[in-house]
Structure formats: structure tokens, C-alpha cells
Design a protein. Structure first.
Length: 343
């Protein structure tokens, strides 16, 4: 499959390398920065070593120029890895070309209306839109999903999802609220999306707190902690921040009727505690969620079908929940939540 990538920052580089690892061709790449056009990808919060060979890739300074060459270059899929505030316009523009499908990095958009417009564009142009919500594909989170849905340890009582990062410096403007949506949309969105996808829509956001510390010149929230309210008394806590001194941490703790499941990226191990039994670790795939999601998308594109794991409507709902969480943190009071789409 011939891929055209829009955006050569961290995620553009990650996608480029993983597409090549899957045997696909990076036919073209667009980025305004000449260095990123030649060597996309920078050190991100996970420190992935992702370097693609783009010696034979057509390079463009403007993504609009790349889109004009889709037919001539034979590009079959456009992969949007631009700053979040550009997602809507880039996805809609890509839909208007001769490509078979469009992939877009998370968050889907910064505003609910933009997310809905992307859903409508996919419908109107009759082209599948695949949203890159990588945590849904990360082995440790897929394993937790299986435990939750199978009732292996009984009913879920509480779930805590944590995502902490050092101040982001790998992409210009990443801390600007108007460009990326701040820590809620850029970082915590992973866990917001996971909770929404696996547990469904909460009815409100409780006890949300956040602060703006001006990390690296940020113009939005740098830390948010909140509780999602569900009718069945499940407790779901989300904790996201990008002001830790160094490094990166993603973790969860899921408490069930008959046990507990934990993950801490510092150890890289998922542990299961069953009542009356010794703690066990579960062997999981070493593949990243990035590779697994792109493998899934390539299979879907080849079959000409949408993804059943992550739909545009479910991603739009995650945007709506993130907007509600930002509102709750800003007002320091509970905020009701209603999903855009009933899934």
C-alpha cells in the first residue's frame, strides 16, 4: 500500500517507521520543517526509537501540495499526523482526493463540531476514516479489556488510569492549548478514550481538579485529576499531567470482586492478584499499540471495511468527554455528560 503522511513530527515519524515495518511504502511526506521532511520523528514521551528510511519518498513543505499529487503518485491512503487543530481541515481535504481511506492521529479534533464534521465527511465521500487511538491496541490495555468483558475476576469495582510525562519539548507548539488542547486532549485523551470505549459513557464528571502551571510556556491545563460517574457505582479515576521532572509513566489499577490487575510502565509488567492466590504476571505481546493499530487499519483498508475496534463516532464521543472534563476542571464542580452518538 502506498502511504502519504501529513506531518513529520514525533507521531509522523512513528507512523512512517511502523508502516515500513509492515511492508508498506511511504510514497510522500509533508512537513514545513526541512529537517523533519528528511528525518521525521523526534524523541517523544515514550522515547521510541523510530527512524524511517525516506530516501525515495517525495517531500512537500505544504500538505495541500501533497494532496494535489495523490493521483499522480498513486497514493492509496493518507495518514494525518499534523497538529491537532489542523485535523478537521486536513481530513476533509484528503477525503476529497482519490485516496481509498484516511487515517488520523488522536485526538480526532479539539472541538465537538469539528469531530462531527469529520464523521460526516467520511459518510458523504464514502471513504473510511480510521482514528489512531493506540491505547485500544496496546497489549496491556487489550488484556485488561478482555478481563473486564469476560468477568474473569468478577464485576469491576474501580479503575484508575494514570498518564504522567515530563514537559513535552519534542514538537513545537505542543503545549499551546489552541493547537493541541493541552494536557487533556494531548495526553489524558488516551485514557479518556479507553474508559469511554470499554466502560461506555459516564453520566457525569465528578470532582475534577486541574491547574495551569505554565509548563514550557503552556497556555492550558498542565494537570487534571477527575472521577467519571457511572450509574452502577463503578469508580473511574483519571490522572494526567506533563509536569513531572523527567521520564514517562502510564499505569492502571483495576479492582474487581475477586482480584486486582495492575500495570506500571516503569516495570513493563501486568500483574494479576486473585483472592487467596499468589500474584502472577501475564506474558503479553512485545508489539507496540502503534504497530498493532496500523496493522489492523491496513487489513481493514485491504478489505474495504471500517474498523470495528475504533469507529469515528466513538472517537468523536471521546472528544466530547474530554471537552466536558476540561469544563469540569475549569469550574471545579460536577458537569453532566451526554455522548454525541449512541453506539
Amino acid at each position: 500500500m502506498k502511504i502519504g503522511i501529513l506531518g513529520g513530527s514525533f507521531m509522523g515519524g512513528v507512523h512512517a517507521k511502523n508502516w515500513q515495518d509492515l511492508g508498506h511504502e511511504i510514497t510522500a511526506l509533508a512537513d514545513r520543517d526541512p529537517q523533519r521532511r528528511e528525518k521525521p520523528g523526534m524523541d517523544g514521551n515514550i522515547g521510541a526509537d523510530q527512524v524511517a528510511n525516506l530516501e525515495n519518498t517525495a517531500k512537500f513543505a505544504e500538505y495541500t501540495e501533497l494532496l494535489k499529487q495523490v493521483g499522480e503518485l498513486g497514493i492509496e491512503t493518507i495518514d494525518v499526523c499534523l497538529p491537532s487543530f489542523l485535523h478537521r481541515e486536513a481530513v476533509v481535504a484528503a477525503m476529497q482526493t482519490d485516496v481509498q481511506a484516511v487515517i488520523c492521529e488522536k485526538p480526532m479534533a479539539l472541538r465537538i463540531g469539528d469531530a462531527m464534521a469529520m464523521v460526516e465527511a467520511s459518510r458523504d465521500y464514502e471513504k473510511n476514516l480510521y482514528m489512531a487511538q493506540c491505547i485500544r491496541f496496546w497489549p496491556e490495555y487489550q488484556a485488561l479489556t478482555d478481563i473486564i468483558r469476560s468477568n474473569e475476576l468478577g464485576k469491576l469495582s474501580s479503575l484508575s488510569l494514570t498518564r504522567h510525562s515530563a514537559p513535552p519539548t519534542w514538537s513545537p507548539g505542543i503545549v499551546k492549548e489552541e493547537k493541541t488542547g493541552g494536557v487533556v486532549m494531548d495526553l489524558l485523551l488516551h485514557d479518556i478514550d479507553y474508559a469511554h470505549a470499554v466502560l461506555g459513557a459516564p453520566n457525569k464528571i465528578n470532582n475534577a481538579v486541574g491547574y495551569t502551571g505554565g509548563v514550557n510556556g503552556s497556555t492550558g491545563l498542565d494537570c487534571v485529576i477527575c472521577e467519571l460517574g457511572y450509574d452502577d457505582d463503578q469508580i473511574v479515576m483519571l490522572d494526567g499531567r506533563w509536569d513531572r521532572p523527567s521520564g514517562f509513566k502510564m499505569a492502571y489499577e483495576a479492582v474487581f470482586e475477586r482480584g486486582k490487575v495492575t500495570l506500571n510502565s516503569a516495570t513493563g509488567q501486568m500483574y494479576i492478584e486473585r483472592q487467596g492466590k499468589a500474584v502472577e504476571s501475564r506474558e503479553l505481546s512485545s508489539e507496540t499499540g502503534w504497530l498493532r493499530e496500523l496493522k489492523h487499519f491496513s487489513e481493514c483498508i485491504g478489505a474495504g471495511k471500517p474498523s470495528e475496534i475504533v469507529t469515528p463516532r466513538s472517537s468523536a464521543n471521546s472528544v466530547a468527554l474530554a471537552v466536558a472534563i476540561k469544563k469540569a476542571a475549569g469550574e471545579s464542580k460536577p458537569v453532566p455528560y451526554n455522548p454525541i452518538y449512541v453506539l
